[in-house]
Design a protein around this ligand. Structure first.
Ligand SMILES: NC(=O)C1=CN([C@@H]2O[C@H](COP(=O)(O)OP(=O)(O)OC[C@H]3O[C@@H](n4cnc5c(N)ncnc54)[C@H](O)[C@@H]3O)[C@@H](O)[C@H]2O)C=CC1
Ligand SMILES: O=C(O)C(=O)Cc1ccc(O)cc1
Length: 382
């Protein structure tokens, strides 16, 4: 992880005499536009936007998202050091095929941002990319919005950015791409493409299906009484936000991960059937158990704090279930002038000790906190 702007500028300043890096972005929408904004104006980088549509090209330039823009795939690709495909998943193979027929700059890196990876990676492996190297990519951040108007340079900050290099991908190409992606301030992780599709299918694609199915179920009831819609707030809005995502983008994602999703939906039917059984048999204890285990897992999900650098310095403290205990710990740290950057209660039930996760921006604050809390007889671990 990169801490602070100064480091970025050192990393990316073009050494004297070397040509600037030319980055071509195909499809400057939410994701492509946000990448363009991370790179635009940075030393040594020229950003070229491509769209099949002349009006979109004008818009990219008018919004100042790119330095240059064109409707010609040949012009955009010519001389590009890096090509980023930010079009819907269903178009990726077609774009790769068209690029494979062009004279690309030797060593050019082609990457994509598609939400599924196995199919585009296997397409790239089948094609001869005239001296270019393909590395699959997926920034795990976005929103239910779409289009360049929704693009923002901080979209990826502290998010995960997955790369799916193949065993034969040259390490120096991966390093070059990683260096460029550091401008996004995302945390880069490398995962095998098939594993990516299994995991992302479960944590992103399946939830989108469930949100859409749930909204459509309620919309059906609403046809006979508008009170369903009018009373739907709070939890319903929270868990269905992603149902407003772009239908065509999601058609391509779901069809692109069809086999994984069919297995996940079979498991989902099992989860729902087990709730049906609990209700039929009036099994209150079973319902409590299901909510309890879900809450425990959910409370341990990593937080993504936009605009803040994720703390690397964390410890866990067992705390007895006593009123005011969390406040007392925070006060002890404050009185010792130890800077706490975040405090998270992971568990708080009568039958188990609570656990606090304490995060610090600096390692020396963590060391002092551990020493202090242990001297106060707290059980501290990492
Ligand atoms: N929406 C999200 O939150 C995320 C999306 N992704 C992936 O990013 C990619 C782009 O998605 P968004 O930026 O959300 O969509 P978007 O709709 O905002 O942008 C898509 C871009 O592709 C262009 N495009 C659409 N159809 C085209 C076609 N037939 N031929 C050529 N260009 C076409 C559009 O003009 C637009 O510039 C997709 O592959 C998606 O799976 C990845 C992470 C998050
Ligand atoms: O808005 C949300 O919560 C999302 O889930 C955004 C998102 C959509 C598609 C992806 O491939 C990654 C992230």
């Amino acid at each position: 992880m990169i801490e602070g702007k100064a480091v970025h500028e050192t990393l990316h300043t073009t050494p004297n005499g070397t040509a600037p890096l030319r980055i071509a972005i195909f499809g400057v929408g939410l994701i492509g536009g946000s990448l363009a904004l991370c790179w635009k104006g940075k030393p040594g980088l020229t950003i070229v936007g491509h769209s099949v549509n002349a009006a979109s090209v004008d818009k990219y330039l008018a919004l100042g998202v790119v330095d240059e823009a064109t409707t010609s795939i040949e012009v955009a690709a010519a001389g590009a050091d890096v090509i980023v495909l930010c079009v819907p998943v269903g178009m990726l193979d077609d774009y790769l095929k068209r690029l494979s027929e062009l004279p690309l700059k030797p060593g050019c890196i082609i990457t994509d941002v598609g939400s599924t990876k196995a199919s585009v990676v296997s397409c790239a492996e089948r094609l001869k990319l005239s001296g270019a190297v393909f590395i699959g990519g997926h920034p795990m951040a976005g929103s239910e919005r779409s289009g360049v108007e929704a693009a923002t340079p901080d979209l990826y900050e502290n998010a995960f950015y997955v790369l799916t290099p193949s065993p034969g991908t040259p390490p120096e190409a991966i390093e070059r791409l990683e260096e460029l992606l550091r401008w996004t301030r995302a945390n880069i992780v490398k995962i095998e493409a098939g594993l990516h599709d299994d995991i992302v299918g479960a944590i992103s694609h399946l939830p989108h299906i469930i949100a859409v199915a749930l909204v459509n179920q309620i919309a059906g009831y609403n046809e006979s009484n508008d009170l369903y819609r009018r009373l739907a707030a709070g939890g319903f809005r929270d868990i269905t936000r992603i149902a407003s995502s772009d239908p065509y983008i999601w058609r391509d994602i779901l069809l692109g991960n069809r086999d994984v999703l069919l297995k996940l939906l079979a498991d989902w039917r099992g989860e729902i059937a087990s709730f049906e059984r609990l209700l039929e048999e009036r099994e209150g204890a079973g319902i409590v158990e299901r909510f309890g285990s879900a809450g425990r897992f959910r409370d341990n999900l990593p937080e993504r704090r936009k605009g803040m650098i994720t703390s690397l310095h964390e410890c866990y403290v067992d705390v007895p279930d006593q009123p005011g205990i969390v406040g007392r710990i925070a006060t002890e740290l404050g009185q010792a002038r130890i800077n706490l950057s975040n405090l998270h209660i992971i568990e708080s039930r009568e039958d188990v000790p609570g656990v606090l996760r304490l995060s610090f921006r600096h390692g020396d604050d963590l060391e002092r906190a551990v020493e202090l809390l242990r001297s106060l007889q707290y059980s501290v671990y990492f």
